[in-house]
Every structure is written in structure tokens, then in C-alpha cells.
Ligand binder design. Structure first.
Ligand SMILES: [Zn+2]
Length: 241
């Protein structure tokens, strides 16, 4: 469930990404009543099997939800909550621009990894890179995006659309070897296979700089909560040290 919105005195409209119909609105009637069976499960982030009366135009009506994952560990940790919320908002925007069926599967895999305790920054960045191919704007991370050579790669450039070699490098922002390595890993490695890695915050910043610039340039998606996200995660990190 990507988002929820109160509706009338006791109901909610749920925005749900489904395997069969993409992103749809489902009315959860009376779910804000204390006695409602739908009360506990009518909340965003929840992953489950939704039973509902489908309406092609307008709102579908919820019957029940079999919960598969409620992400209870994620909800206990502020940083994870913030990142999970960002992912939901981000997925909603991407779902508005493409009808890729793997969107749901990949989003669930990412949220599951955060639930398992993986670094939410790594998981979010990986999702951001993988979704670029759904949006039809894959970066070229195999060879120089300008001339095609595979050796003497010195940086990566959102303007060029991927890696750049020493002859094509235009001084448009420098990216370290580590950042380039991680961008490739996030793009190619299955989210399920990402294990615990620790990434220095400077490198995370480089990767986010690349992603923000790339999304701005080639997609209509504005990573709006991203700045808030970075501030919160800085705050949380400071409190932990
Ligand atoms: Zn080149």
C-alpha cells in the first residue's frame, strides 16, 4: 500500500500497487471504526493479498486483506521509516509513468531488505538505479557513453548519460572510482543478493548527486522528499554517535 487518505467520517481511500491492475484506489469502508476488521491492515506500507470488488473506473471496494508483511521492524526505526516512506512515494511516481509489472516485485524486495536490517540508503539507491530502465532512460554503465570505449574510464556524467572516458570527460562534476563501482553494482546486482555493505557518507553523497541530476534531466520524476530524507538521516546518524 503506497498511501492512505481519510475519507468521510470513518473510511479511508487506499492507494495500492497491484500485480494485476497497476496502481489503484480502494475504498476501505468504515476502517477507522474501532471495531472494524479492516482497521489494522488499512495502512500504508503493508504488503498483502487484497480481496476487493474491482471497478475499472473509480474506486474499488475492499473486502479483506491477508497480511504477508507488515514491516513491523522497519516501523520501529525512524531512519527506516523515513526511507520506506520515500520509497512508497517514489514508487507511486514511477507507477504513474510506466506499467512495468516488475515494479511491485522490486519494491517489495527493497522493503524486505530494509526490514532485514540492510542499510536503507543502499537499498533506496539501488531501487532508484533499477527503476531507470523501467522509465526507458537506462544509464550507460558499461562503456563511455560518448564514444563507446571501455578503457580509461575516469568518471560518470549525467549529461553524457553514463560513464565517460578521459578523452570525453567535460569537467562536469567528478565522481570517485568507488562511487562509479557502486552505481554499477546497484544497477546490476539483484536487490535480493545485496548483502551488508558499508558505504562512506561522502560516497553516498556522490551517488545521490548523480541520481538527483539524472532524474531531473531524463525523467519527470522529482525526488522531492530526498532532501528531507538526507537531513533526517544526518540527524539520526548524529544522534547515534
Ligand atoms: Zn569517450
Amino acid at each position: 500500500m503506497l498511501s492512505e487518505m481519510n475519507y468521510s467520517d470513518s473510511s479511508k481511500i487506499l492507494n495500492v500497487l497491484t500485480k494485476e491492475y497497476g496502481c489503484i484506489g480502494i475504498l476501505s469502508k468504515g476502517c477507522r471504526n474501532l471495531k472494524s476488521k479492516l482497521r489494522g491492515a488499512s495502512r500504508k506500507l503493508l504488503y498483502g493479498t487484497f480481496h476487493f470488488y474491482y471497478k475499472e473506473k473509480g474506486l474499488s471496494t475492499l473486502i479483506s486483506i491477508d497480511v504477508i508483511q507488515s514491516y513491523s521492524k522497519t516501523l520501529m526505526n525512524l531512519k527506516n521509516v523515513v526511507y520506506a516512506s520515500f520509497i512508497l512515494d517514489f514508487v507511486k511516481q514511477v507507477a504513474g509513468q510506466c506499467e512495468e509489472r516488475a515494479l511491485l516485485e522490486l519494491s517489495v524486495a527493497a522493503l524486505n531488505k530494509i526490514e532485514e536490517g540492510m542499510d536503507p540508503v543502499v537499498i533506496t539507491n539501488s531501487l532508484e538505479l533499477k527503476f531507470l530502465s523501467f522509465l526507458g532512460v537506462s544509464p550507460n554503465l558499461d562503456c563511455c557513453a560518448v564514444c563507446g570505449r571501455t578503457d580509461h574510464i575516469v568518471s560518470v556524467s549525467p549529461t553524457a548519460g553514463g560513464l565517460v572516458c578521459s578523452s570525453c570527460y567535460q569537467q562536469d562534476g567528478y565522481y570517485s572510482e568507488k562511487a562509479i563501482q557502486l552505481l554499477r553494482m546497484y544497477y546490476y546486482v539483484d536487490i535480493e543478493k545485496i548483502s551488508k555493505i558499508s558505504v562512506h557518507s561522502d560516497v553516498n553523497q556522490e551517488i545521490n548527486r548523480f541520481l538527483e541530476d539524472y532524474y531531473d534531466r531524463y525523467t519527470g520524476i522529482y525526488l522531492k522528499s530526498k532532501k528531507v530524507l538526507q537531513n533526517v538521516s544526518l540527524m539520526v546518524n548524529e544522534n547515534n554517535t
